[in-house]
Unconditional design. Structure first.
Length: 238
């Protein structure tokens, strides 16, 4: 297997000799590296390299003086001045990529889905940079979805114990749900089926969670005795 380090984010440079880089990663799979602007750059705002969809992130030795001890030094890290990516000939388009950024005091290595950069003013540390960038560049939440007996349930608004969802029937017809988790259990018709549109909107509550795909499957399975006859009646009257 051949591994090589290749440059990326062409044109993004920073002060290579300033020992003031700041790095942080959070629980929402977001990481940021904050660096001082290059002395030749007319824009004096900070350079921020950031990642989303982070699987693993670290910042540490070796510094620039010990860079030759890094295991990737001979694979291209030796000639890398700015941001780079570690490429393997066994996976041309991996979902999670290996990024590497050498700095004065250490090396940032991040396994993530995406890398990007920005210029920010007034940032004091990497956590603040994350707070400012994540609302625009962070991963969108993965909403639960499941299929049972040809019916598919997918949530599009979820607040852990309540939200909105859609149900697609085997023929492609759509119903919508206003769902909750808790007691007492209920199934109420909010908007009756429309022969020219959806087969209804229903307010439902069951003593079942709905935060993962597995929980969505159980929730949908429990709803099908109510949903199936309503869909069949709607389909017959179209």
């Amino acid at each position: 297997m051949t591994i090589r380090v290749v440059p990326m984010l062409t044109g993004v440079e920073w002060e290579p000799n300033a020992p003031e880089e700041k790095f942080a990663a959070d629980e929402d799979r977001f990481a940021a590296l904050v660096l001082r602007a290059h002395p030749d750059d007319a824009d004096e705002s900070l350079v921020v390299i950031f990642w989303s969809g982070v699987e693993d992130a670290s910042f540490g030795p070796p510094n620039d003086e010990g860079r030759h001890h890094h295991p990737l030094y001979g694979a291209g890290l030796a000639g890398l001045s700015w941001a780079g990516e570690v490429i393997s000939d066994e996976s041309e388009h991996p979902a999670v990529r290996h990024f590497i950024v050498p700095t004065k005091e250490g090396v940032a290595e991040v396994h993530a889905r995406q890398i990007n950069w920005a210029r920010l003013e007034g940032v004091t540390d990497a956590n603040e940079a994350i707070d400012r960038l994540k609302p625009y560049f962070g991963e969108r939440p993965a909403y639960p979805e499941a299929t049972v007996d040809g019916f598919t349930l997918g949530t599009f608004v979820s607040y852990d114990d309540c939200g909105d969802a859609w149900v697609r029937a085997p023929d492609g017809g759509i119903a919508t749900l206003i769902w909750e988790s808790g007691l007492p259990s209920y199934f109420l018709v909010v908007i009756p089926p429309d022969p020219a549109g959806r087969w209804g909107t229903y307010a439902v509550q069951m003593d079942l969670p709905l935060t993962t795909n597995a929980e969505a499957e159980a929730y949908l399975r429990a709803l099908l005795p109510e949903l199936k006859p309503r869909w069949k009646s709607w389909a017959q009257n179209r």
